[in-house]
Design a protein around this ligand. Sequence first.
Ligand code: ADP
Length: 485
Amino acid sequence: MSSLSILFATSEMAPWVKTGGLGDVAAALPAALRKAGHDIRVLLPAYPALKQAFPTATTVAELPAFAPGLPISRLLAAQAGKLELLLLDCPELYDRPGNPYLDVTGHDWPDNARRFGLLSRVAARLGQPDSPLGWQPDIVHANDWQTALAPAYLHYQGGAASVVTVHNIAFQGCFGRDMLAALGLPEHAWRFDGVEYHDQLSFLKAGLQLASQISTVSPTYAREVQDEHFGYGLAPLLRHRSAELRGILNGVDTDLWNPATDPALVTGYAANRLAAKRANKAALQTEMGLEVTADRPLFGVISRLTSQKGLDLLLTVAEGLPELPAQLVVLGSGDKLMEAGFVELAKRFPGQIVVKIGFDEGLAHRIEAGADCFVMPSRFEPCGLNQMYSLRYGTPPIVRATGGLADTVVDVCEDTLADKSANGFVLDGDTPHALWLTIEHVCRTWQDKKLWQRIQQNGMRRDFSWTHAANEYVALYRDAIATRA
Ligand code: ADP
């Protein structure tokens, strides 16, 4: 089959700018598609971290002001390994410290509509016949609300087929009606089947309405978002477009997340060399100021601390852990009340519960390797990466049966142990009590070292590489091109 040219538009990309799963996907999926022989370029804002990382990036296009609310900008090209990056340089919009979406006080940047309107507009512009690069993709792949206006521009102004991928439907990018003209969208786009959504301009709704094809990051999530409870208002639209909607489970970066070669660990290990995992547990206990002991299971959390992740359930029951006995290490940041709750908890149980507020990539690796069990009782989880990292690191996760968690974690029971699929623990319900019962179950199971090892190995053997997902994306792109035609 012929190879495709693809523009992958994103608002974040690991390792330079990452707030969550999208950053990881934006690094790994284009790399996998490149490896499969496709001509893919990644478009993202030239944030300070990218300008620093690529000081020799060269200007490949000067772009005009596309609309009254959009400043002039330029495109820089940079080579990241084998991958070509297109950095959208507009200091007025992107030359800011810290988080790509929020200011230092944790509020949305007030001009996010313009910041990501421009990103979407430029993505679409590159997908048009007279692309300023002299390179025109067959497909513009938008991701989440920040680039979801690209399919709308392509719809109204003509150009390549488009795909929008929903990494998290809870964030939709809704702005005032005045943004319609400011961003250069035509008046007739203000319709229920255009970009209008409850009298607002919704970036994500526009993309879901107008993209050639839609995907979410797991099959279960693709079904869930069609349900009122998970759809955040967009379920009816997604049901209407269900023929063009599919779920493709994310892979993980198996080089970066490989317990055998991970440079962040004190010692590597593998499914057939699990004993070495113990040294990582001891090292983690030492690093974090936990009592160094092999006799208590160590539960780990790496997460945004928000109600989405269900960690309020853990906060409610965690004071029972030291008595079980078990230990807990939490790495995360987010909701200030939840942060304070975990910090307070750690103060009450020194040596048994420890919390680090912040973002720390190296520590995240050491927790995956050093913990015995990972806790991720999300209320919803489009795909989730940490449960897959946990499975790879022989750290069976506790999850709720939602989204990508349901597609990757198989609850331990007689049948699943017999067919060697059991790899973790699935909560029965969404209450603190349900979580507590599962924690107790984990502790009992963990005591049976042989059984525990079988569960670890089942998880470690599963293939989470991107190769499979990349093939599914190629099929999605081909369907998008057919739909557009
Ligand atoms: P989400 O995208 O909803 O935040 P995912 O599980 O899909 O959740 O992806 C989270 C990614 O961010 C993972 O790579 C995880 O390791 C990382 N991560 C989250 N919080 C932290 C943190 N405090 N420190 C380091 N890495 C973190």
